[in-house]
Design a protein around this ligand. Structure first.
Ligand SMILES: *Cc1c(COP(=O)(O)O)cnc(C)c1O
Length: 360
């Protein structure tokens, strides 16, 4: 006899919604092609599944060589961009063997290219226009391009925006000025600037190639609006079930540290989800949770495997009833705000104890 056991915690991934979100990006910037950014296991959604679902993506972008090789092994033949390029001659050889396009952002990578002397590669020179993370300074651009052109590699140019999530921050405009000035002698090369926030909020950042990430997963890239503002649909719904329902008395405390004290007699449910599943431990009392599609609130500290919720508004809720932690009906942005983090981190952090279910 086989018995199927499964933990109630599930992440349901709506691949249709992901395709819809890519279409929103294409509609916002119709003349651009897209590197669909699927690094970090497609922001926690399952990289291979998302890559195969995004049939309309022109190309993909990942952070590491291993991610790119995993995509090739799973049968993805489209262009793949390594957002941080290579770090050794071995990685450079793999990039050539598996036809990976490489970001070049540092002198150490130029030196590897000069040692390598192999056949032409597709390279994207990254320029630091003000984020001050990766990239060549504006003044270095010409000498860098000259060195690369001598080696006959194929070139694009890119930069990355630091503050595009704030539509009122003129840093984005200043970054654009710095970028365009630094490349004014290379107008024949294709360029790439926009992340999700650039695509949806800054049309002047649209170029031959855009790089949508978070919007593909149905999350608004902006500080002060929601996914619905942009007709984005959530891709991941994290859900679980009630495993206990009980009555507590006024004055009873809940959970580790007893940080919540019942201010009246109340009905409390225990949900099988915790920080061991990727639910954020810093989510505060009052964080919304959907029980049977109705909004309830988190009480006390998040434990590794469980959270407690206030069922005063629905005393008929019972063990095995469905609980949604984020996704359909409950924006992950709201949970992120309550836990003082960003949706990106929550989506990336769902652990492999959670069962992933794909819908198409
Ligand atoms: C991750 C990443 C993106 C995607 O950013 P989102 O804010 O998720 O759209 C684009 N470009 C680069 C270089 C990145 O590292």
């Amino acid at each position: 006899m086989t018995v199927k056991t499964s933990r109630a915690a599930q992440a349901t991934i709506d691949l249709c919604a992901c395709r819809h979100n890519l279409a929103i990006a294409k509609k916002a910037s119709p003349a651009s092609r897209c590197f669909a950014i699927i690094k970090a296991n497609a922001y926690g959604h399952g990289m291979e599944k998302i890559a195969h679902a995004l049939t309309e993506a022109d190309a993909f972008g990942v952070a590491t060589v291993n991610e790119a090789l995993q995509l090739r092994e799973s049968g993805i033949n489209k262009a793949i961009l390594l957002l941080e390029g290579f770090t050794s001659l071995d990685e450079l050889s793999l990039a050539r063997e598996f036809n990976l396009e490489c970001v070049i952002h540092h002198e150490s990578q130029l030196q590897l290219l000069e040692q390598d002397k192999g056949e032409a590669l597709k390279l994207v020179v990254k320029i630091d226009s003000g984020m001050h993370r990766l990239g060549f300074a504006a003044a270095e651009v010409s000498p860098v391009i000259q060195r690369i052109t001598k080696m006959n590699h194929k070139l694009k140019l890119m930069t990355h925006l630091a503050n595009a999530d704030d539509k009122h921050d003129d840093k984005t405009i200043r970054q654009l000025e710095t970028f365009y000035q630094s490349i004014e002698n290379y107008t024949d090369l294709e360029i790439s600037i926009a992340n999700s926030a650039g695509i949806l909020g800054w049309p002047q950042t649209h170029a031959e190639w855009n790089r949508p990430g978070i919007l593909l997963y149905g999350v608004s890239p902006f500080l002060h609006d929601t996914a619905e503002t942009h007709q984005l649909k959530p891709v991941m719904t994290l859900s679980s079930q009630l495993i206990s329902v009980k009555k507590l008395k006024q004055g009873d405390t809940i959970g580790y540290g007893g940080t919540y004290t019942c201010d009246k007699d109340m009905t409390v449910g225990v949900v099988a989800i915790g920080y061991g599943d990727g639910y954020p431990r810093h989510a505060k009392t009052g964080t919304p949770v959907l029980v049977n599609n109705k909004v309830c609130t988190l009480l006390g500290r998040v434990s590794m495997d469980m959270i407690c919720v206030d069922l005063s508004e629905q005393p008929d809720a019972k063990v095995n009833d469905t609980v949604v932690l984020w996704g359909n009906g409950l924006a992950v942005e709201q949970i992120a705000e309550s836990a003082e983090t960003i949706a990106y981190e929550l989506l990336c952090g769902v652990t492999n104890r959670v069962e992933f279910i794909y819908r198409d």
